[in-house]
Design a protein around this ligand. Structure first.
Ligand code: SF4
Ligand code: SF4
Length: 393
């Protein structure tokens, strides 16, 4: 298979309206998009295809925090029809990466049904391979789960969501799930600064894209608004997006939900030269993205909604001060049940449980919001710095 990066049109973004998760609707939309695609991804003959959904943590699919299984099922059917030697669904969710934890994630996320209905396999290989990074930052290698490291073709099926750390979770951020289990926490600890972390995520995404043919599919039929990636609310946007350029796909999606100025991922990708197109430059095929713009999409509590505070202060004081002013997590004691999930997921080890309630020692907090992501009771809230609040008035 010719590398798609060398093919005409690989940077295009394909969008199609899709009203529901009925198999027939998803199949029709995906098949239409694959017919539109001009570059050589139509023949998977003899290729090992790996589908990477977003199964961030065990969540009911109705919460819209995970990739809908029907999208995975229909993509898998297309890959099999196009001659793939094997199609495997693989993901390393947040938390530990063990046989029992991934089985539970597959079951709750209904990936077992997607596999059964399509003929795809589910990955149970817990090994990983260390690959050299495509980026130039201090982390020169990435430990990547073996099925992704060995794949000829990776179909990265993300869910469009807000994200309290990075602004948006789309195609690029979905690659964080190729890092095995709790090693993701080590990466957070290694990159406590938001722009460094976002830059690392872009390098990770680029590393996988440079190694395999990657096709990114965005499930935005029902997205997540508010406090994503796990504590937001479902919001119907009614489209599916596909692109071989994850950075372009994320920029278009960010514009749809009003986050294009607020995504640290898009910002880092632009600075690193991975996002080379402006929104106006991107060749959108199918339905125009303006058809899906959602004016009342609820942004995460951590975002500077009118952007004025961030802009003014960062111009005056630069990035270091902004890092110290970023919103931080606080525990809602009325909701906390003391389960300790946040404590186990804290890269800075700055959470303790006392009398069945979590407490954050804020001096050591790196504001990664892993505690919020993993809390099953939505008991971790975002507290804005009063200075930013003042500037935003
Ligand atoms: S994960 Fe949530 S409910 Fe559990 S201890 Fe932490 S804050 Fe409390
Ligand atoms: S308390 Fe929460 S936000 Fe702070 S370092 Fe720990 S997990 Fe990250």
């Amino acid at each position: 298979m010719e590398k798609i990066r060398e093919s005409a049109g690989w940077e295009s973004v394909f969008l199609r309206a899709c009203e529901s998760y009925e198999n027939e609707s998803i199949s029709r939309v995906l098949n239409n998009i694959f017919e539109d695609i001009q570059f050589p991804v139509k023949n998977f003959s003899g290729k090992r295809v790996v589908i990477k959904p977003n199964l961030v943590r065990k969540m009911d699919i109705a919460a819209a925090g995970t990739t809908n299984p029907v999208v995975v099922e229909e993509v898998a059917k297309i890959c099999i029809r196009l001659g793939a030697e094997s199609v495997t669904i693989a993901e390393s969710p947040a938390g530990v990466y063990t046989d029992s934890s991934i089985r539970a994630s597959y079951r709750v996320g209904k990936m077992d049904l997607a596999a059964e209905n399509s003929g795809a396999n589910l990955n149970y290989d817990l090994s990983a391979k260390r690959l050299p990074s495509s980026g130039e930052d201090k982390n020169r290698t990435f430990n990547i789960i073996t099925p992704i490291a060995d794949a000829d073709v990776v179909i990265n099926i993300c869910k469009l969501k807000t994200h309290n750390l990075t602004g948006i979770s789309g195609a690029v951020k979905n690659f964080f799930g190729v890092i095995p289990g709790t090693e993701k926490l080590e990466m957070h600890a290694l990159y406590p600064n938001l722009s460094d972390f976002s830059s690392m995520i872009c390098d990770l995404c680029k590393t996988v894209c440079d190694r395999a043919t990657v096709i990114n599919v965005m499930d935005a039929v029902i997205a997540m608004e508010g406090n994503g990636p796990t504590n937001g609310k479902p919001k119907k946007l009614g489209f599916v997006g596909v692109s071989c350029d994850p950075f372009a796909l994320d920029l278009v999606a960010s514009a749809v939900i009003g986050m294009d100025e607020l995504s640290s991922i898009c910002d880092a990708a632009r600075k690193k030269g991975y996002l080379t197109q402006t929104l106006d430059d991107i060749n959108v095929v199918g339905d125009p993205y303006q058809n899906f713009i959602c004016e009342d999409f609820v942004l995460p509590d951590s975002s500077d909604k009118n952007h004025s505070g961030i802009t003014i202060l960062s111009k005056v004081f630069g990035g270091k001060l902004m890092e110290s002013l970023r919103p931080r997590p606080v525990i809602n004691k009325d909701k906390c049940i003391g389960c300790g999930e946040c404590m186990r997921s804290c890269p800075a080890k700055t959470i303790v449980i006392k009398n069945k309630v979590a407490y954050i020692k804020k001096a050591d907090c790196i504001k990664c919001f892993c505690c919020q992501e993993l809390c099953p009771k939505d008991a971790v809230k975002v507290k804005k710095n009063p200075i930013l609040k003042l500037v935003n008035l």
